[in-house]
Design a protein around this ligand. Sequence first.
Ligand code: 5AD
Ligand code: FES
Length: 363
Amino acid sequence: MCIDTLIQQLCCTHWLDQAQWAALLRGAGAQEAKHLAQAAQAEAVARFGKKIYVRGLIEFTNYCRNDCYYCGIRRSNAKAQRYRLTPEDIFACCAEGYDLGFRTFVLQGGEDAGFSDDLLCRTVETIKKRWSDCALTLSVGERNRGVYQSFFDAGADRYLLRHETANEAHYHRLHPAALSLARRKECLWTLKEIGFQVGAGFMVGAPGQTAETLAEDLIFLQQLQPHMVGIGPFLPHKDTPFAQEAAGSTEQTLLLLSCVRLMLPQVLLPATTALGTAAADGRERGILAGANVVMPNLSPLSVRKKYMLYDNKICTGDESAQCRSCLQHRLSSIDYEWAVERGDSPLLGTPRTSASTVPAQSG
Ligand code: 5AD
Ligand code: FES
């Protein structure tokens, strides 16, 4: 298969089959990556202009019952200093974020039974009542349908749950036996059915990943048609079983961002913190390769160093108290601007307004 033909097909039809994806990923060198980035950036600019949606990330608990081999807040990491914010702490982050211009808040945490589903629902309800012009995203892992439905009824608009890898054997290379790919995928389909704007995604360069497993990831995304896709490089954490594994590369992450933008032109695609950690200008380069979202940290400075999924995470020191001005400067350096909007998926007809998020009456 000729790589230029594959690139042309991707740009024109937004579709490749699994063997074609694998061939493209195996064959793409620096020249092809540049070509793909230009085409991907043009797709993003055609839909979103030179505006970047901004999501305020509130990492509200680092307790987690899971033990994913790559993750710094895994249950078995006894060195992790555990913390859990109170709803009041979370509201304080929202108040500060709102004043800074954030119109989406993302509550992310480990799978923490100590922050009950009920408390999370009440927290969501309060945020949606107090900041009714803001979107609320949850990223709290796997729950059953009834719980997801109650989060939605409480007013949550979006849900992030990376699938991590769509290949069964690879899933087991990254996770203990208690976790299953089938369950992960089922959660994503359920979230979509309930009506969330849904985000899937994966790490680039995770141990055991190949062009073939990446091709499966892309085919899965093609099937799922998520509203958002989170992609960042794998970065090792010193207190995990993957401490000695090699990090994913910035270049390959950029290539995958471009592939996803060209496959799903309307998708909301963040230039992630992990990409900004892998390279000082990683997020800017992510935008130039097709990304259109950034997710700065709004967590209290006192806990930021404790939400260490991987080593050397950026925006965790005192210098990051003002991520907004740092990011604004970074965006303007590449001729982009910060969009003060909710930034819902263009795939939605009419996003739910605050009036339609009132919990349904039972009975
Ligand atoms: N390197 C990069 N990304 C990681 N994540 C977890 N651990 C790491 C790591 N070591 C990602 C996972 C998860 C998201 C919240 O962070 O993909 O879904
Ligand atoms: Fe956080 Fe630059 S974005 S310090």
